[in-house]
Ligand binder design. Structure first.
Ligand code: ZN
Length: 488
């Protein structure tokens, strides 16, 4: 068969400036082989050393991509036309936001592994699922992790060790003593220091071939698209709903896969949201829970090993996405129960009504996520309804009658409580009003003053007037009045 081959401008210089030529062959592969015989310089531009088509070269037979036919085995008929369409890396003077970003495949073609890297990654290279090609993809990949906390710790450690070439980390926090129970990126020595800086040092000590980009800032609607767009895969290691919806929406708008994980006490979830190929976070959870319904890890606690397991699952999904192999968690929600040691997988379907990835999206740009999630600052209590730990101490020292009401949970009471206090956990207050004195003044306290302020408002509305909230809770009491009280 004689077929016509059309060459793109970029390749014509390797074919004596021809734009079209006639070649013989029974399949697309044979026709291209004839072409390369005639112009050997084209070989390295079209094929890998193993003789496969390069990832960034698209070959069309008439108007169909041969990847959707039988690839190089696709038979040809007399008079057919083969068109070679290499992708262009962009940068032709277009505005930056319009520029097409290079793909992992395109970058992987240009990446080499040094002998030291080959040795380092040898256990990957000998796996048929990874090989040199896969390891080059890992090196060419750019992964952004939002949140360098419990999930971000195992995630970044494994991705760096695996040789992911560029790792971005967004976090504005410093290492806190209470982080060390699960955030294995950090040491006791790091307390008080910048998380992203410490993470960068640790990851580069593990693998000096990895470039770590740090963003010491809060991810917001103003900066999210700019930060995310440089990356191939986004990993959500956040701990709050506004940022989770922000990450989801930015990923959908930019067409990036979003590797999701969340943890609470001993339960975890993971999925891969990828609006083009499957559902997004909003398809699964169109609305955030009302504020206060789902406690944070700081309020509800989290088993230290749980983020290790969920974060490692996120790292695993990220590596599969980069390799373009295996079965990612797209369209599936993994539920993990560390207490019963159970894994379950549920189907998640793309919602045609989804406000951002559905058929008629109503969200076309990033919104105010604090407002969307109902996270508005609590109204301040009137000054006469508050008392500082020092003022309380003075009144107790003077022997004034004060009813100390502790509204925390029993396990918190067990850690520490104020002498002479009465424990009535917050959710039992409505049923326990008769236990409260009507003559003595009531001072309500919790850990840091938030829950007790809510209880105070409830009591005020129930008619109580001789009530005060302990500002800063037992935590501030420990700092300002009695350092023997343990902080937690
Ligand atoms: Zn959706």
């Amino acid at each position: 068969m004689s077929v016509k081959v059309s060459l793109p401008t970029a390749l014509r210089r390797y074919a004596a400036e021809s734009d079209t030529l006639q070649v013989e062959g029974r399949t697309v592969g044979e026709a291209l082989a004839r072409l390369v015989e005639r112009y050997p310089d084209l070989q390295r531009h079209l094929f890998t050393e193993e003789g496969r088509l390069r990832h960034f070269v698209n070959v069309y037979l008439n108007d169909e991509d041969v990847r959707y036919l039988q690839e190089l085995e696709t038979p040809v008929k007399e008079g057919d036309e083969i068109t070679i369409v290499p992708s262009v890396a962009g940068g032709n003077g277009r505005a930056p936001s319009q520029q097409r970003l290079s793909t992992i495949s395109e970058r992987a073609e240009a990446v080499q592994l040094s002998p030291e890297e080959i040795l380092r990654y040898s256990r990957h290279l000998i796996m048929p699922e990874v090989t040199m090609d896969g390891q080059r993809r890992l090196k060419a990949a750019r992964v952004l992790i939002v949140g360098a906390g419990g999930l971000g710790s195992p995630l970044t450690l494994y991705l760096a060790a695996a040789g992911v070439g560029r790792i971005g980390i967004v976090d504005f926090d410093v290492v806190d003593f209470t982080n060390l129970q699960r955030q294995v990126l950090y040491t006791t020595h790091d307390v008080g220091q910048s998380k992203v800086q410490k993470a960068k040092e640790r990851l580069q000590a593990i693998n000096p071939h990895v470039v770590v980009e740090t963003y010491e800032t809060r991810l917001t609607s103003a900066n999210a698209l700019e930060i995310l767009r440089e990356y191939d895969v986004i990993v959500d290691g956040t701990d709050n709903f506004p940022t989770r919806y922000l990450v989801n929406d930015a990923c959908v708008l930019l067409g990036k896969p979003n590797v999701y994980g969340s943890i609470f006490r001993f339960e975890g979830q993971a999925s891969v949201f990828s609006a083009e190929r499957g559902p997004c976070y909003r398809c699964l959870y169109p609305e955030p829970p009302p504020p206060g319904l789902v406690p944070s890890c700081a309020e509800g606690g989290v088993l230290g090993v749980l983020p290790g397991i969920i974060g490692a699952i996120q790292a695993n999904e990220t590596i599969k996405l980069i390799l373009g192999r295996g079965e990612p968690l797209i369209g599936r929600l993994l539920l993990f129960d560390a207490w019963r040691m159970q894994f379950r997988t549920l189907k998640v379907r793309k919602d045609p009504q989804c406000p951002i990835c559905g058929e008629r999206p109503t969200i076309r740009e990033l919104i105010d996520y604090e407002e969307f999630c109902g996270v508005t600052p609590e109204p301040v209590l009137a000054e006469e309804l508050e008392i500082t730990p020092r003022q309380l101490k003075e009144r107790l020292d003077r022997g004034e009658p004060v009813f100390l009401l502790d509204v925390r949970e029993p396990q918190e009471w067990q850690i520490a409580h104020l002498p002479g206090a009465t424990l009535i956990p917050m959710n039992r207050i409505p049923a326990s009003l008769h236990e409260l004195p009507t003559t003595d003044e009531i001072v309500v306290y919790c850990k840091t003053g938030g829950r007790s302020a809510q209880v105070l408002r409830f009591l005020y509305n129930a008619g109580f007037r001789r009530i005060k909230n302990l500002k800063g809770g037992i935590d501030r009491w420990a700092v300002e009045v009695d350092p023997s009280v343990p902080r937690y």
